[in-house]
Design a protein around this ligand. Structure first.
Ligand code: FES
Length: 178
């Protein structure tokens, strides 16, 4: 149960939002950080905390591609397929990853290491094609760079080719005197 394990963190998140339901995304992120995805049990628990219905929580989880509904590989390769990245070859990049890993987008390798997803714009439109691996961005990708990144991830769990972290929006600052 999130409420038992993260009592203080949840109280802190809730204190930052005068309207309780506004804390939905930070709580979903907390659930995903805990399990790697947002389980049905977590959605129900969060619905209870925020006095929402489970479908209201579910529709938010399914709207944002950065929230996962099922367990993924150790490395989640999220390739942007939106217009600017498509113009500079994101489809070639996805095809290359599929060929190298022997899976299709939406699938996980048998060893549980890699999941490929096609996602919408990740806000790095000027430096495509790009992908997010777990919490890290990799930009201006080529087939050679992708080969190196995959090898680095397998060997070291990270790669020096990363260009920066994905930033979850910070909760709004607590209201003075709240
Ligand atoms: S279009 Fe790919 S990051 Fe925006």
């Amino acid at each position: 149960m999130l409420k038992e394990k993260y009592t203080t963190e949840i109280a802190d998140i809730l204190s930052r939002y005068p309207v309780k339901r506004s804390a939905l995304l930070p709580l979903l992120y907390l659930a995903q950080r805990e399990q790697g995805y947002v389980s049905e049990a977590a959605m129900q628990e969060i619905a209870g905390i925020l006095k929402l219905t489970p479908p209201q929580v579910y529709e938010t989880v399914t709207f944002y591609t950065m929230l996962n509904l099922k367990p993924l590989g150790k490395f989640h390769l999220q390739v942007c397929k939106s217009l600017m990245c498509a113009l500079v070859g994101s489809d070639i990049l996805i095809g290359w990853l599929e060929k190298k890993l022997g899976i299709k987008a939406g699938e996980t390798t048998h060893d549980g290491l890699f999941t490929i997803s096609k996602v919408e714009c990740l806000g790095a439109c000027g430096t495509g094609p790009m992908m997010q691996v777990n919490d890290d961005y990799y930009e201006r990708l080529t087939e050679e760079k992708v080969d190196r990144i995959l090898a680095d991830l397998k060997r070291d769990g990270t790669s020096a080719l990363k260009t920066g972290p994905f930033m979850w929006p910070e909760p709004a600052p607590a209201k003075r005197g709240a």
